[in-house]
Design a protein around this ligand. Sequence first.
Ligand code: AR6
Length: 177
Amino acid sequence: MTKVKVECVKGNIAAQQDMDVVVNAANAELLPGSGVAGAIHSAAGPGLAEECRALAPIRPGQAVISSAHNLPNQHVIHCLGPVYGVDEPSDRLLADCFRNALYLADQNGLSSIAFPAISTGVFGFPLRDAAAVAMKAVADSLTELNSVRLVRFVLFSDQDLSVFDEARKLESDLSGQ
Ligand code: AR6
């Protein structure tokens, strides 16, 4: 199996200087919004929304890739997470986001990818459940990855960080790291 490091840090997804690609918790139209989408679009500049027009709309679970414009990365991967209680089955659609983003990064020859806690803000997915889904999706994808070597989860608070790190430790393929 390829050696992939999975880590959780506290921080801002729009300020991950050392990562090849950052993931946006997008809306279907790939427009600037609040939370992660707001931070990513304001750091990237208006060129990002312009480029995204041709890629929208996207479905829950889907991932699409764009350039990163003024962000300190090579690319942005935009994922539409499920709205909790509306887009069903929400666990599968959330897992699809992580799997599809990882494959897209890998297909593009990228070696490091940073994820936010997709769907856990405006879209209302309970944090603990989302963390378990995210870690299982990453663990299930490890054997398929050829170029991705570092997967980072960027959480906005100490509390969110500890929930995600606990979920990482509970996933046996990720716990020894
Ligand atoms: N860096 C890292 N994490 C962040 C940041 C940041 N800069 N800002 C917020 N978070 P959300 P969603 C955390 O709402 O639930 C948007 O308006 C936040 O605390 O950004 O997928 C879009 O346009 C939460 O835990 O994404 C969509 O319409 C997590 O990131 C919709 O919201 C995700 O919060 C997407 O909702």
